[in-house]
Design a protein around this ligand. Structure first.
Ligand SMILES: Nc1ncnc2c1ncn2[C@@H]1O[C@H](COP(=O)(O)OP(=O)(O)O)[C@@H](O)[C@H]1O
Ligand SMILES: O=c1ccn([C@@H]2O[C@H](COP(=O)(O)O)[C@@H](O)[C@H]2O)c(=O)[nH]1
Length: 213
């Protein structure tokens, strides 16, 4: 049951592509199965590109801060924190643009904001109670991304390698890696790190019990 007089707790989960952000987020959700919890993916807030032909969308730099509509993400988070529902955009990674559909999401006690560049924007950071950075070595990240993008995002081996070398890697070094310094907690290896997830859950419980007082 969501309590309207209570400010939701906001957890930010950042980290490079393939670092395990989604797995960490899933582990947090499992830990708080008894709480009302909502995940807001920064990926769903990529700028709409439906006005561009597919061939042009292939050339977009999706790892640069400019690729995201953070204004909309921030507006939605503020609405949720004020206990109002929002129409969350959906994203189609195969078509490289927003889907035509949106999803209505309701405010919850715990909101997880997850994405590669969520710690790059001060306005987003200011909304977070806990900032997490999932820190996984580059070799593991590229292997995971290769498998995922081929199996789930309609890519070829060549396209994943080409995008990684020309865009993902340089953008990671320039924009994502430096945001690690803003994290309260750095989780090596992602969702299988049960010790780190347990420690964070304890902190979340503490904040939640304080707001209960
Ligand atoms: N600890 C792990 N060991 C092996 N594979 C993993 C692990 N964590 C995540 N993966 C896999 O790697 C891929 C990327 O993980 P994901 O959590 O989606 O990363 P991110 O959200 O940071 O891009 C997924 O296919 C996932 O199943
Ligand atoms: O249209 C798109 C949008 C994004 N990407 C890539 O996705 C990753 C971010 O997603 P993760 O789930 O964190 O891996 C980003 O590195 C972009 O390169 C894309 O290829 N196409």
């Amino acid at each position: 049951m969501v309590e309207k007089n209570k400010k939701p707790i906001v957890i930010g989960v950042a980290g490079g592509s393939g670092s395990g952000k989604t797995s960490v987020t899933r582990s947090i959700c499992e830990k708080f199965a008894n709480k009302s919890i909502l995940v807001m993916e920064q990926d769903f807030y990529y700028k709409d590109q439906s006005h561009l032909p597919f061939e042009e969308r292939l050339n977009t730099n999706y790892d640069h801060p400019f690729a995201f509509d953070n204004d909309l993400l921030i507006a939605h988070l503020k609405q949720l924190m004020n206990h109002h529902p929002v129409e969350k955009p959906m994203y189609d990674f195969k078509r490289h643009t927003r889907s035509d559909e949106t999803m209505q999401v309701e405010p919850q006690d715990v909101i997880i904001v997850e994405g590669i560049l969520i710690l790059e924007d001060d306005r987003l950071m200011d909304l977070m109670d806990i900032k997490v950075f999932v820190d996984t070595d580059a070799d593991l990240r590229i292997i995971r991304r290769l498998l995922r993008d081929i199996n789930e995002r309609g890519r070829t081996i060549d396209s994943v390698i080409d995008q990684y070398l020309n865009v993902v890697r340089p953008m990671h070094l320039q924009f994502i890696e430096p945001t690690k310094r803003y994290a309260d907690i750095i989780i090596p290896e992602g969702g299988e790190n049960h010790v780190a997830i347990d420690l964070m859950a304890t902190k979340v419980e503490k904040i939640l019990s304080k707001t209960d007082e």
